[in-house]
Design a protein around this ligand. Structure first.
Ligand SMILES: Cc1cc2nc3c(=O)[nH]c(=O)nc-3n(C[C@H](O)[C@H](O)[C@H](O)COP(=O)(O)OP(=O)(O)OC[C@H]3O[C@@H](n4cnc5c(N)ncnc54)[C@H](O)[C@@H]3O)c2cc1C
Length: 571
């Protein structure tokens, strides 16, 4: 793979993409395929597919601490340590908290992966389309502003990205979870199927499905061309998959873009700001600080894609100050940094299931059972706004259940060859939160980071709506589990901070009116048309679905529009 990382020789490109994660990878692919000489600027170091996955084949017992957290690491990196995917096997793909400070006005766990590929290496790969109901929500329910697009505008782009990324799933025919272009689905196990039929029997508005996810269950020709192979059901995904079994920028979009010969990636390059040319009334390029030499370098391009992930894209725009835009690039409306939202996962629960003790399952399936939101879908019905998805899985104990220090001997070893006695069920919500002006980010006036860039202040919290929604989940989930015959049902509030969901969105929202939004229907800054913002920061509202598939589709759509506008000389 030739990423052409020797970028110093040239400082002028057709396009610059800021960030190389899920959305930046898509921007790079689409722009390069259309013939644009494209520079991807990435603040983190290079991660090459396969070569830079140091733990992808390591067994638990080969790790120094057997994947347990060390006291020292917990003290130094308390925030990333709260993420379920952080461990001795994956910590090299997460930031070190101490090196990347930010100011939490309210508790907010900002989980970041600064490297080529960004969080695409780490994500849980759950991928659901939005439906018309999500695009209509702000207008119908009277919050945020109306989306400038509807489902029909994005549907072909969902298909476009699904075919390339490879999404497994069933055509389930659910009105608020549209079907896509699917590879064969994973299968529910016997207890999940049992719960599925109980739900079908007792509820007309609810349907249990197998999760749709970005895994190659049966690769197509387009995946083989990317050099990717079938998912091996190892479920060691967050370490980087040497088979390319799940979608990441590193295994898919970036090497594809590189093959065109049009791509240059410059790692170790923190974007400081976007440069605005007051004479031309457009952005002329990007200011970068080399993290190794600390040198400041300006790169020029005709169009700029901002894909640094939601909060960092807010930061970059807020830090892009000029006479024309004293409050941040494109920020005539004053709403830049505001109306941030996130998914709430506080509602969780567990249960046991007796029976099926003669049944087991094989392989480590990389997804779980899901249920589309059944609250307030067609109209407002509850005392809270919007709804939640629900995910659950059932499993039997593994050999690790017996690893107490006092356990040893032949009987103990023999007992580990049998699965646990009972099945356990774990269930959780993924709730939509309402974007609000007071949930915002801004720049610190006096604190900077290691590169002299102002630190981000996060002021993002839960509200009464979130509490009511969690309570509803607790009641509904436990009722469903009870009807399915589960025992020992225990619902709880994880009390986790906003941010730990890692689905933060908003701050640079799309909208029809430049007075109340930053971006138009093509993700272009209303007031600076050659800058496109297509990561989660563009989200006007956030739905209840996992968001990254929507970022991919919006990015591909905007990139194709940008190229057509360039051809027409409109940019
Ligand atoms: C453990 C985990 C599980 C997740 N599960 C799911 C899931 O199941 N489904 C789902 O839809 N989403 C999931 N997500 C979220 C998903 O990873 C993100 O939505 C997605 O990666 C966002 O894409 P992005 O391009 O906006 O950001 P990223 O993928 O984070 O990429 C942003 C890139 O920009 C770079 N960058 C930042 N600032 C600068 C700067 N100033 N200059 C240069 N470069 C910069 C970063 O280093 C990074 O490489 C999960 C995330 C995690 C960590």
């Amino acid at each position: 793979m030739n990423f052409n990382i020797d970028a110093d020789k040239s400082t002028t490109y057709d396009a610059i993409v800021i960030g190389s994660g899920i959305s930046g990878g898509w921007a790079a692919k689409e722009l390069c395929e259309k013939g644009l000489k494209t520079l991807v600027l990435e603040r983190g170091g290079m991660v090459e597919h396969v070569k830079d996955y140091p733990t992808s084949m390591t067994n638990i017992w080969e790790f120094e601490h057997r994947l347990r957290d060390t006291k020292e690491d917990l003290q130094k990196n308390p925030i990333v340590n709260r993420c379920y995917a952080y461990s001795e096997a994956t910590q090299h793909f997460f930031v070190k908290d101490e090196q990347h400070p930010y100011i939490q006005e309210k508790p907010f766990d900002w989980i970041r992966g600064y490297q080529v590929g960004g969080k695409s290496l780490l994500w849980a790969r759950q991928t659901q389309r939005w439906s018309e109901y999500e695009f209509e929500a702000p207008a119908r329910d009277g919050f945020a502003v109306d989306w400038p697009i509807r489902y029909k505008d994005i549907a072909p782009w969902y298909s476009h990205v699904e075919r390339f990324a490879g999404i497994s799933g069933n055509k389930d025919n659910i009105k608020n979870l549209p079907d896509g272009e699917f590879l064969p689905a994973w299968e529910l196990n016997c207890v999940e199927k049992h719960i599925q039929s109980a739900v079908k029997k007792h509820y007309q508005d609810r349907q249990v499905i197998i999760g749709r996810c970005a895994h190659l269950t049966k690769p197509n020709e387009i995946h083989a061309k990317q050099g990717r192979g079938q998912c091996q059901a190892r479920s060691l995904c967050e370490r980087g998959c040497p088979f390319g079994g799940y979608f990441s920028s590193n295994s898919s979009t970036l090497p594809w873009a590189a093959k065109t010969g049009k791509l240059t990636i410059r790692p170790n390059s923190v974007v400081h700001s976007i440069i605005y040319d007051e004479k031309l009334n457009k952005a002329s390029g990007v200011r970068v600080i080399d993290t190794i030499t600390k040198e400041s370098i300006d790169y020029k391009a005709r169009i700029i894609f901002v894909n640094a992930a939601a909060l960092n894209s807010n930061l970059i725009l807020l830090n892009s100050i000029s006479n024309r835009f004293p409050n941040g690039l494109g920020n005539d409306s004053g709403v830049l940094g505001q109306y941030i939202a996130f998914h709430q996962y506080r509602g969780q629960g567990g249960a046991t299931f007796e029976g099926y003790t003669d049944k087991y399952y094989y392989g480590r399936r990389p997804t779980s059972a899901f249920m589309a939101s059944f609250r307030n879908v067609e109209k407002q019905e509850t005392d809270f706004q919007r709804g939640y998805m629900l995910a659950f899985s059932a499993g039997r104990g593994s050999w690790q259940r017996g690893s107490q220090p006092e356990a040893f001997g032949a009987d103990f070893k023999e007992s580990l060859t049998h699965p646990g006695d009972t099945w356990s069920v774990y269930i959780q919500m993924q709730g939509e939160t309402i974007p609000k002006k007071e949930n915002h980010v801004r720049l610190s006036k006096d604190k900077t980071d290691a590169w002299g860039i102002p630190q981000l202040v996060t002021s993002i919290g839960y509200d009464e709506n979130d509490h009511k929604m969690m309570k509803d989940f607790h009641v509904q989930a436990s009722e469903m589990l009870e009807k399915a015959g589960c025992k020992n049902i225990n619902m709880f509030d994880s009390k986790q901070n906003p941010g730990l969901d890692i689905h933060e969105m908003g701050g640079v929202r799309m909208g029809k009116d430049p007075k109340t939004s930053l971006l138009n229907e093509w993700n272009q800054l209303h007031a600076c048309k050659n800058v496109f913002v297509t990561d989660g920061s563009c989200m006007t509202s956030i739905g209840n679905q996992n968001p990254s598939l929507t970022f991919m589709a919006l990015t591909a759509r905007a990139a194709n529009y940008a190229v057509s506008e360039l051809k027409k000389k409109n940019l």
